[in-house]
Design a protein around this ligand. Structure first.
Ligand code: ZN
Length: 185
């Protein structure tokens, strides 16, 4: 398994639509395993393929020691009251904001073995599913914010982005130490 470089805000791959995976092959499983390795190295709780420069419709999530590899995930139900919580993103390090999303979702996907699964989730897991599935359609958590809030965060990012030449974030062997490790997805 390999830790992959993470693409950060400004890399156009983060805005691309992913392609559905026709079959869960060994190559897809290798990507899943590398994505888990990368996510754990970054102390994140979710990672989507475009964040490592890939356009397969694949993401990984690990919340409360339960890990999910999701191939071709889709939200089939989103309801309940809207819920507001702070989010961050491994592709926009050190930038955080409150994001409003449906409190509960039901998703369908294929797992690492190609079996169809359906998962109902709320709380942090439900939020993480929504954040990662957004990534698979070129959408970032910033897109959920008001114009003014987004502009303020982009100004903050302008000051930080030079740390990532080529829009690439290379993880150190000991991992990124975030002050908000639970919220980076
Ligand atoms: Zn993210």
């Amino acid at each position: 398994m390999s830790v992959l470089p993470i693409r950060v805000l400004g890399d156009p791959v983060l805005r691309e639509e992913t392609r559905p995976v026709a079959e869960v092959t060994d190559a897809v499983r290798r990507l899943i395993d590398d994505m888990f390795e990368t996510m754990y190295a970054a102390s994140g709780i979710g990672l989507a393929a475009p964040q490592v420069g890939r356009l397969e419709r694949v993401c990984v999530v690990a919340v409360d020691d339960v890990a999910y590899a999701l191939v071709n995930p889709e939200i089939v139900q989103a309801d309940g009251p809207k819920d507001k919580a702070e989010e961050g993103c491994l592709s926009i390090p050190d930038v955080y904001a409150d994001v409003i999303r449906p409190a509960r979702v039901v998703i369908r996907a294929l797992d690492r073995d190609g079996n169809a699964i359906e998962v109902e989730a709320d709380g942090l897991l439900g939020r993480c599913f929504q954040h990662e599935i957004d990534h698979l359609h070129g959408k970032l958590f910033l897109d959920h914010l008001s114009f003014l809030k987004r502009r303020a965060l982009l100004a903050q990012w302008e000051l930080e982005k030079d740390q990532y030449p080529g829009f690439i974030r290379v993880l150190k062997a000991n991992g990124h130490r975030s002050e908000h490790p639970e919220e980076e997805l």
